[in-house]
Design a protein around this ligand. Structure first.
Ligand code: ZN
Ligand code: ZN
Ligand code: FE
Length: 762
């Protein structure tokens, strides 16, 4: 018998509603209000049917929206009235199997409650390295497809023990319906291997690992999205050995520390930094170094010649259990230019020669995903790398015409799959030169199509004809009979920024970048556009200088310094550091090459100007990782008196002539001005030039918003200077927040441009 006055309502929730503990919460609420019905996942989100008296249902709805706190995020609620039916109780029903478009949760750092469990001697999960609950644990990296149920994750291989099953079916337990639930009895197991043999298992594998690390060993540790190479960050010999074995001479290593309090011994952590360090996304946060006198000193090999340290707090119970009183180096487990390792066998092959031991486990990583990297700019996070913790949450964009797959560029690769008003960026891939990397790209594309149920109708890539990603995209488009849209690199950066900031109105887009193929075949990278979401016109750029012989010059910044000296008509005086770095033979060849323009490409790249100045003043003449010369130049910069003048030449486009800057740099060097001051004057002069050019463009067009994008804006000194000076001149300033300013955000811009210019719909 159905009592009079009974109604039944169907509520559909969409957004980030699966894998975040929403269904158990709904069961508890419905039972609390004495309602009947069920809740289930379907691929679009969560469906609830509640039956009872109308006031109880109303109260249930209010509480539901109030209780859905992060990590859950409800974007949309729709409801309709149904005919009441005979029901008893309120349960979680089986998920609908039909795949549809839903939101896949990112990996979520271990929650407070789970941390307490692993530290509580009385808890049965004490020291259990795979402890999770409804609200934390791996998600994206273990999910095969939606809906988020254990069977569609790599936890399917582990059958729940009676203890876990009891918790799983008890609505009052916080692991009620936790798809990743497990324990020592039934879950994944740790295995320590040395010299290709199993050395220990379970708890003793952990103990042995701690001993090894303590003794200065290097251990490859399998985490959620891939492997790390770990060693004691305070052990100089260990860190140096890791550098040598990984063949990574200079690029800073990230560190993991047990708590924010320990991070504070080594770096300055403001309230925003602390909040981001402890956030459930748990990225690596770049912090200003400042070692306290009572801290155990860090190895000098952790971050040579850097003013910053990258710290991350433990984001899995395993990491937490590896922590002692000192930071561990935790660098990605891969060899140079290879994708991050994901399988145990790959780890044995690729990392066996680097690590003294491998700490493995038997749960499969379905999707590799590296750590994200952020720094704080203007009181909020500014992404350097968007990956674990953020992927695959969508970025909301203006609806595009047809679904697009964009493949990004050849450095800091990441794909973007976009449809209607959502753009899904893939994890950080790395540099796309090797066939293994292109395989990883293809894998990610397949995974995203399957996971998100989006079939691209347009393919977008860079305009560079020689990019590996361009070749891949062309082939993919041809095989699938789809149109290919090639998007000019810096327009893609500006479009990414506009999408990131949801800017629908025209603005001035300033793109300062390393390398990008221009409309005229030159290497661009110092560009000013007037931009709307659909058009972009180049208004100004840095003056062209010859870039002699491509890649060699990117790896050897002293060559760029000589090219700039040549362009500025300055004698190659052997007292200059950049000449001392250049072997005589190479110097003669270079002189010839520059004189006749042989094998030289003109470039307006600001990244290369930074390289040139860095080498000219003797900061960095050989680059072992992307952006090194510019990063080390910024690291020594001191802002004092004075700035170097850039000439702005009239015309369309306007030209920023930097030759006077080079003359001033050389003049100051001759007068014995310290390199730190030269670097400061260079930064100041460049910022001043940007403001002046923006004023000229504003006078012409009335545009008063300036957007800053491109790899050069990873330079926090230049970025902050520009934000301040532009605001001082009454400009509105737009910077990146959701995607990196570097090529990691490129695919978003490509997708937006290609999606709105689909040749089939044009
Ligand atoms: Zn938890
Ligand atoms: Zn169990
Ligand atoms: Fe770029």
């Amino acid at each position: 018998m159905i009592p009079a006055g009974t109604i039944r309502v169907r509520v559909v929730l969409s957004g980030l509603v699966q894998g975040v503990g929403l269904r158990p919460e709904i069961v508890r609420l419905a039972r609390h209000f004495g309602l009947l019905g069920f809740v289930k996942n379907n691929a679009a989100g969560v469906v609830v049917e509640v039956q009872g008296a109308s006031p109880a249902i109303a109260a249930f709805r209010v509480e539901l929206l109030r209780k859905s706190s992060p990590p859950a995020r409800i974007d949309e609620v729709t409801s309709c009235l149904l005919e009441p039916v005979e029901s008893s109780g309120f349960e979680i029903a089986l998920s609908d199997a039909t795949p549809d478009r839903g939101i896949v949760p990112p990996d979520i750092a271990t929650c407070e409650n789970c941390l307490n469990d692993i530290q509580n001697p009385a808890n049965r999960r004490r020291s259990y390295p795979f402890t999770t609950c409804c609200r934390c644990g791996p998600r994206y990296t273990i999910i095969e497809q939606l809906p988020f149920d254990r069977d569609s994750t790599s936890m399917a291989a582990f059958e729940m023990c009676p203890g876990c099953l009891t918790e799983y079916t008890d609505a009052t337990d916080r692991r009620y319906h936790a798809q990743t639930i497990s324990c020592f009895e039934c879950g994944p197991t740790l295995i320590l291997e040395t010299e290709e043999c199993e050395a220990a298992r379970g708890a003793s594998a952990l103990d042995r690992t701690l001993e090894l690390l303590e003794a200065g060993g290097i251990v490859a540790v399998k985490g959620v999205g891939g492997f790390h190479l770990a060693c004691d960050g305070t052990n100089d010999a260990a860190v140096e050995r890791l550098r040598n074995r990984k063949e990574r001479s200079d690029k800073p290593f990230a560190l993991m520390a047990a708590s924010t309090a320990i991070v504070r011994l080594y770096a300055s952590v403001g309230p925003t930094e602390a909040r981001i360090l402890e956030s459930r996304e748990r990225p690596i946060v770049l912090l200003r170094q400042c070692e306290l006198p009572d801290a155990l000193p860090l190895s000098q090999h952790v971050a040579p010649r850097s003013r910053e340290l990258g710290f991350v707090l433990p984001y899995t119970p395993l990491h937490q259990l590896l922590m002692r009183d000192r930071p561990l180096v935790m660098t990605s487990g891969n060899t140079s230019n290879e994708p991050i390792v994901r399988e145990n066998n790959q780890a044995r092959q690729a990392l066996g020669g680097i690590a003294d031991a491998l700490l493995l486990h038997d749960r499969e990583i379905v999707a590799p995903c590296e750590d994200s990297v952020v720094r704080v700019v203007e009181g909020a996070s500014y992404l350097i790398r968007r990956s674990r913790g953020y992927v695959p949450l969508p970025i909301h964009i203006d609806p595009i015409g047809s679904p697009v797959l964009a493949v990004g560029g050849d450095v800091k690769g990441s794909i973007c799959l976009a449809a209607s008003g959502q753009a899904f960026l893939g994890p950080h891939l790395g540099d796309m030169e090797s066939p293994e990397m292109l395989n990883r790209l293809a894998e990610t594309v397949d995974r995203f199509r399957n996971l998100l149920q989006i079939e691209p109708e347009v393919i977008a890539c860079d305009a560079h004809p020689g990019y590996h990603t361009t070749g891949w995209a062309r082939e993919f488009a041809r095989r699938n009979g789809l149109p290919l849209v090639q998007v000019q690199h810096h327009r893609a950066h500006v479009a990414a920024l506009m999408a990131d900031g949801q800017r629908g109105e025209a603005m001035i887009g300033v793109c300062f970048d390393g390398t990008g193929y221009g409309d005229d075949g030159a290497i661009w990278g110092g560009e000013f556009f007037t931009a709307t979401p659909s058009t972009m016109h180049r208004e100004a750029h840095l003056s062209y200088v010859p870039l002699p012989g491509g890649d060699a010059t990117i790896e050897r910044p002293y060559r760029m310094a000589l090219a700039w000296l040549h362009a500025a008509g300055i004698e190659w005086h052997s007292a200059l550091p950049c000449l001392q770095a250049c072997p005589a033979e190479e110097r003669n060849l270079l002189r010839l090459q520059l004189a006749c323009g042989l094998n030289c490409v003109p470039t307006s790249s600001v990244g290369r100007l930074f390289d040139a100045v860095s080498a000219m003043i003797g900061v960095c003449s050989q680059s072992t990782y992307e952006g090194q010369a510019a990063i080390e130049l910024e690291a020594i910069t001191e802002i004092t008196e004075g700035e170097y003048e850039v000439d702005i030449l009239p015309g369309s486009p306007l030209i920023l002539d930097s030759r006077p800057v080079i003359r001033s740099v050389v003049g100051d060097l001759r007068n014995g001005v310290p390199a730190a001051v030269v670097a400061g004057r260079f930064h100041q002069g460049l910022a001043r030039a940007v403001v002046n050019v923006c004023r000229l463009i504003r006078d012409q067009t009335g545009l008063h918003c300036v957007g800053l994008t491109g790899g050069v804006f990873q330079n926090a000194t230049l970025l902050q200077m520009l934000i301040d000076q532009l605001r001082c001149e009454s400009f509105e300033v737009l910077i990146h927040r959701q995607v990196p300013s570097n090529d990691g955000g490129l695919s978003l811009g490509q997708a937006v441009i290609a999606g709105s210019s689909n040749p089939r719909h044009a």
